[in-house]
Design a protein around this ligand. Structure first.
Ligand code: ADP
Ligand code: MG
Length: 357
């Protein structure tokens, strides 16, 4: 960590900060269409922040923008800023981006096997990452690869280092990917649905690994998931996205116990509960998320919202406003950061949350 980074940490300044971030993609008619709009959030040093929302809400587009990979996907950052360690990244030349990815931030994806090269051993791939970004010698990089496989709790790391990706299960492949990213000592790890393709017990172990890694290395985590249940055990802060924008944000404790946006309450109601009988259907949110370009007037959720009121919810696009702190009943910390919600009715409706074990 640089002296400047240490000072920022001491001052309590965030590691990552997006402000009013807007990402656009080309339309068939030659124009540009916003897909993510006005997104602002922070990730503190060592903090664990969840970005949640149904599929298509803009989580991956947001994450790729943070990684400086928007151009690769054919899009452009049309407005706003991304600051890492206080440094503005949106106008950074690709050469400087390459120096930042790796030791600055790394990202893992849903399908780890696709990100690994089947023609090289996992050790070679981890070592290559360490050589390129940290300038390690061949020998030191190999030692680093073994150390990293050990860090991600792969048994018999010294032997497995010479295996090819196909010799690893899905969960083990995800560990290898995490090892590859962690080999560069990044300060921010972005995990985009890292457990979605894995079965439940494996998912549980990967979450435990991420928790252990944070404890051991102090890495900050931006955890992207459509599944709020997964987020509950891992993250301190929750950012809820819907139709390309943030609709609610707050501490995990607040958001789960007392959601402030009907969309969040809908996501919470869809979490499977222990003991739920197979003949009882989960309450899923009716309808589907509107595609970019088809966002409705007013609140983008109003067509699916059980609390939507004609004239109020379908005319003016609501702002993301700080909500009154939750008070009595000891449900949340009145001195904690106030949550925000993009709902004009938030103070007059009673939304049900869930209790997190
Ligand atoms: N390369 C692209 N070109 C055009 N549209 C895209 C591209 N990538 C994503 N989108 C659109 O942006 C929206 C948000 O996508 P995404 O961020 O992948 O959602 P999420 O990760 O929340 O499931 C979707 O409507 C998707 O179709
Ligand atoms: Mg995604």
């Amino acid at each position: 960590m640089t002296a400047r980074a240490r000072q920022r940490e001491a001052d309590g300044l965030p590691l990552l900060e997006t402000q009013d971030l807007t990402v656009e993609f080309p339309t068939p008619t030659g124009g540009w269409m916003p897909v993510v709009q006005g997104v602002s959030f922070t990730v503190g040093q060592g903090e664990s922040v969840a970005l949640v929302g149904e599929s298509g809400s803009g989580k991956t587009v947001t994450s790729l923008a943070v990684m400086g990979l928007t151009g690769v996907t054919g899009g452009r950052i049309a407005g706003g800023s991304v600051r890492f360690d206080g440094r503005e990244l949106t106008a950074l030349p690709e050469r400087e981006w390459r120096a930042l990815r790796g030791p600055g931030m790394g990202m893992i994806f849903q399908q780890p096997i696709r990100s690994l090269n089947p023609a090289f051993t996992v050790g070679d791939q981890i070592a290559e990452s360490a050589r390129r970004h940290l300038g390690l010698s061949r020998r030191a990089a190999r030692a680093r690869a073994v150390e990293m496989l050990d860090l991600v709790q792969i048994p018999r790391a010294a032997e497995r280092v010479d295996d090819y990706p196909h010799a690893f299960s899905g969960g083990m492949c995800q560990r290898v990917m995490i090892a590859m990213v962690m080999a560069c000592n990044p300060r921010l790890l972005i995990a985009d649905e890292p457990t979605t393709a894995l079965d439940v017990t494996v998912q549980e172990r990967i979450l435990q690994l991420l928790r252990d890694l944070q404890e051991q290395t102090g890495v900050s985590l931006l955890f992207v998931s459509h599944d709020l249940a997964v987020v509950a055990e891992l993250c301190q802060k929750v950012i809820v996205m819907y139709a390309g924008e943030v609709v609610e944000q707050g501490t995990a404790a607040d958001v789960f116990l007392r959601p402030r946006h009907p969309y969040t309450a809908g996501l919470l109601a869809a979490i499977p509960k222990p003991g739920l009988r197979a003949d009882r259907r989960l309450e899923t949110i009716p309808g589907s998320i509107p595609a970019p370009g088809a966002w409705p007037e007013g609140c983008r959720f109003h067509g699916r919202c059980p609390y939507g009121v004609p004239g109020r919810c379908d005319s003016r696009h609501p702002d993301l406003t700080p909500a009154a702190p939750h008070d009595p009943r000891g449900l949340s910390d009145p001195n904690g950061p106030a949550g925000r919600a993009r709902c004009v009715r938030t103070e007059e409706i009673e939304l049900r949350g869930v209790t997190v074990a």
